[in-house]
Write a protein that binds this ligand. Sequence first.
Ligand SMILES: Cc1ncc(COP(=O)(O)O)c(C=O)c1O
Length: 354
Amino acid sequence: MKEKEMNWQNKKIINEVKQEIDSFLKKKFFLLGDYTKCFQESFAKSQNVKYFMGLSSGTVALQLLLRALQLSKGSKVLVSSFCPIPTIMSIYEAGYIPKFVDINVKTLNIDISNLEKSYDTDCQAVIAVHIFGKLCKMSDISLWCKTKGLLLVEDACQAVNSNHKDFSIAEHSLGAAMSFYPTKNLGAWGDAGGILTNDELLKNKINYLRNYGLNESFESESMGGNYRIDELQAMILLKKLPLQAQDMKNRDSILDFYIKSLGIDKLQMEKDEGYHNKHVISYLLESSVDREKYRTFCKENGLKESFFYEHPIYKEKGIEKGAFLKNCEDVCSRIINLPNNNKNQKVVSFLKEL
Ligand SMILES: Cc1ncc(COP(=O)(O)O)c(C=O)c1O
């Protein structure tokens, strides 16, 4: 990796990590050792949740959460139509079928009115995906789930550090899957993820499921696998945890710049709802604007043009077809992402002229 391309958090910890490698090599446990234990405790505390179990990725975290629901094979799981592939693949992996839900154009998340439209009596659970780090209205969704007898889990893979004025992540659900994919706000130097939960039973279950199904006495408790977080990744994440406050400040000031320059409406931000981590800063173009012009502008100016998400998830290969959800189609056709690591005046000027 070239020094100039290094993200500021990586730059900040690199010397410390180099020094730590010496003591790392002297440790007795290369897996599920002190770094994992310490990261799990510190991370849970930082997110205001009782427990965190480190796992090998966010996808694995979602799969294990869904398996823990113990739904019958083929059960339907209600899920946002505006989410990435791993969310949906995890549903299939767990043996269930996704039932796509339209989104609210303002929040880009699911809400009760959309859940109600997609619900049928084969649905057994809901995944609330906190897209771009914007939290779904969990208190409302959990109440709705209770009236229907549905179980609820969260895909908080983009929502590290996000909170809501009325609740924490994992407060209204069995648990929340987290990802530390390298490009996340808290990113590992490879794959890592885990589950935040306030449920002690689930925490204990994940503890042996991630380690071939073995308990502390190395006896088999159930079918498990190798889903452990890597001890080296836990060390990196532990070093980055104290940098999160600065990261949040930086992102706040970048979003403020875009709000002041472009207005709040097209940025889909709700005021006073809590803290949104700005994992992605999205912007909705007018439907009359040709999005390709922005793609060309990005290419010409060396910007990474990634449009999350350009296509409704139910149109991706390998995923069951059949849905047509109006808001999702509309958002996917107009959405762009703004650079979230700098206040980009060029982008602002370009968008104003469109
Ligand atoms: C919303 C969401 N769910 C699940 C995942 C999967 O996480 P991982 O890449 O750590 O497996 C990601 C992303 O990377 C994500 O953004």
